[in-house]
Design a protein around this ligand. Structure first.
Ligand code: SAM
Length: 273
């Protein structure tokens, strides 16, 4: 969809965009192609799209003959999409809050891929929700605020490193990232965007039970970034147990959460579980 078509459609339908829903529509065909290429699609694959908007990505995905489920919260856009894609047997269009829908829908996502230009408002929680599912999608190609992509890709001992990094990278490996200039969207967002591709780890680092412990551990460790990690963890685990594990894993008694690597958090979770 070209910029002129987006503007004309919105005017025809009398749709005023809602900023709080992150309604910035992508009109640059080159960037849409790059996103679809990054998703590495196969005919007949199951794809989840969150926030189709006016459907520029939806259309490009359907051209690849994938089986697509798209979830849009805005009724006005859902009505437009129903008209635009009415003869598309490969599309299942849902009118729902994607985050609520994901939380309420128990499904094995392991054969699915996410391909989405995510609304800024729910980008991070949506990725975390999917990554922590018992059977998360094989690949996630998501356009996000660049700052969120930075947090996911951060190295330890940096300010960006934290809960977002650790909760996503425990299940996924980054496969690539490219920036999308604000001029490719209408209206132009105030923040920078990036398309990030994550591939599910071939071998999970933790089993489901250990992962639940890992999530509690990471959240508690980062609840106060400046505090020594062991002091925070004592709120939940016995000091003697923590000290024995600390010595065994050869960890610093004065360490703060941001100096512990993903591998060290994983090792800690395995022992604490
Ligand atoms: N995919 C389109 C594109 O690339 O032009 C639109 C992307 S726009 C950044 C985000 C879309 O997500 C909007 O259409 C917005 O209405 C929708 N949205 C916002 N919050 C949502 C939610 N919680 N669940 C589903 N869709 C949502």
């Amino acid at each position: 969809m070209k910029l002129s078509e987006i503007k004309a459609t919105l005017a025809d339908r009398g749709i005023l965009l809602t900023k709080s829903l992150g309604q910035n529509f992508l009109h640059d065909q080159n960037q849409i192609r790059r996103i679809v290429d990054a998703a590495d699609l196969r005919e007949g694959e199951q794809i989840l799209e969150i926030g189709p908007g006016l459907g520029p990505l939806t259309g490009a995905l359907l051209e690849r003959q994938v089986r697509l489920t798209s979830i849009e919260i805005d009724r006005r856009l859902v009505e437009f999409l129903r008209d635009r894609f009415q003869s598309e047997p490969l599309l299942t269009l849902l009118h729902a809050d994607a985050l609520e829908w994901l939380r309420a829908t128990a499904r094995d996502w392991s054969d699915w891929k996410l391909v989405a230009n995510l609304p800024y408002s729910v980008g991070s929680p949506t990725l975390i929700e999917l990554a922590l599912m018992p059977h998360p999608p094989r690949r996630m190609t998501a356009t996000l605020q660049s700052e969120v992509a930075d947090r996911i890709l951060a190295s330890c001992n940096t300010r960006a490193y934290g809960i977002m990094t650790l909760l996503i990278l425990v299940s996924y490996e980054p496969m690539g990232r490219f920036k999308i200039p604000a001029t490719c969207f209408f209206p132009e967002p105030d923040v920078e965007s990036s398309c990030l591709t994550l591939e599910r780890r071939a071998k999970p680092l933790l089993d489901e039970g250990q992962r639940a412990t890992y999530v509690k551990l990471v959240k508690l460790a980062f609840s106060q970034r400046r505090k020594i990690v062991w002091k925070l963890l004592k709120q939940r685990w016995k000091p003697e147990l923590l000290e024995a594990i600390r010595i065994d894993l050869d960890l610093d008694p004065m360490v703060r959460a941001q100096a512990l690597s993903l591998e060290q958090f994983v090792a800690l979770a395995r022992r604490l579980h």
